[in-house]
Design a protein around this ligand. Structure first.
Ligand SMILES: Nc1ncnc2c1ncn2[C@@H]1O[C@H](COP(=O)(O)OP(=O)(O)OP(=O)(O)O)[C@@H](O)[C@H]1O
Ligand SMILES: [Mg+2]
Length: 269
């Protein structure tokens, strides 16, 4: 469904993404890993068309998305919702209105100006919030919620667009381990239940292994690994991160595993 061919982005002399070629035949949950500056965000931003690519192309179901302009580009952007590390909600606005912002692409200027939403959209927003386990927070201001709850509001806003693909740039990097787990589980469920493709930049190895069907490793702008979590051995990870023999898996692990093992001890089978 998604074919990326020689996609490249340069900033002056710096090649942020270098000839990325990737094929996604069917919906999956995909993790992208790599050290800081490897080009993970730039790749997602090109896919979402927040950034234009310097060369190369990508197609979705055979249609070229690389050069869309104007309304066609905005239509594509609503098909591939983006989620960010910092949630990007309107802090002082209530949760439901934040979620309804996901419909912005298809509303008229007048409706937007007067904050008018069809009742069916409001019902849908509530349903989505319920599905994500945060419906009781619907009337609150976004800023009154915890980080994990705010990220789920951002996911709800993305779902409001009914996207084919969800692009998540470090969705759990600002969250504590417990909230990180809740958010990753929510993304996994959305993939499994709705068949939506999820592509997430992840800064920890264990999260990628645990939640993803496929992991892509980037180094210096290039795709250097593309395989299953099982194929992502410590040696491979060391190569991706460009680390020496002192590389420790724990260095890139969140405390999620620790949290899990604590849970297992606390609740004996
Ligand atoms: N707008 C920009 N202008 C100039 N250089 C940029 C810009 N955006 C990214 N870069 C450069 O492109 C390279 C890749 O950056 P990118 O943000 O994609 O990396 P990343 O893998 O997402 O890193 P991180 O894990 O820190 O988020 C880096 O060298 C970065 O400095
Ligand atoms: Mg990044």
């Amino acid at each position: 469904m998604l074919e990326i061919t020689n996609l490249t982005k340069t900033f002056g002399a710096n090649t942020a993404v270098d000839n990325a070629t990737l094929s996604f035949q069917r919906s999956a949950m995909i993790g992208i890993i790599g050290r800081s500056g490897a080009g993970k965000s730039t790749l997602l931003r090109m896919l979402n068309r927040l950034t234009d690519s310097s060369s190369g192309s990508f197609t979705v179901e055979g249609h070229d998305m690389t050069h869309l302009r104007g309304a066609a580009r905005r239509r594509w952007q609503s098909q591939c919702a983006m989620i960010f590390q910092q949630f990007n909600l309107v802090p002082r606005m209530d949760v439901v209105s934040n979620v309804l912002h996901g419909t912005l692409n298809r509303r008229s200027t007048m409706a937007t100006m007067f904050n008018l939403y069809p009742t069916s959209d409001v019902h849908r927003a509530i349903e989505i919030l319920d599905r994500l386990g945060i419906v009781e927070h619907a009337p609150k201001r976004a800023e009154a919620l915890s980080g994990g709850q705010q990220q789920r509001v951002a996911i709800a806003r993305a779902l409001m667009q009914d996207p084919k693909i969800i692009l998540a740039d470090e969705p759990i990097a600002s969250l504590d381990p417990m909230n990180a787990q809740v958010v990753m589980q929510a993304l996994r469920r959305i993939h499994e239940e709705d068949g939506r493709m999820v592509i997430a930049n992840l800064h920890t190895l264990d999260t990628a292994r645990r939640y993803c069907d496929r992991v892509i490793g980037m180094r210096d702008g290039r795709v250097v690994f593309d395989g299953t979590p099982e194929q992502l051995t410590t040696g491979v990870a060391r190569d991706i991160y460009g680390a020496g023999s002192d590389f420790s898996e724990a260095a890139t692990s969140t405390a999620i595993e620790t949290l899990d093992s604590t849970d297992t001890h606390a609740v004996p089978a």
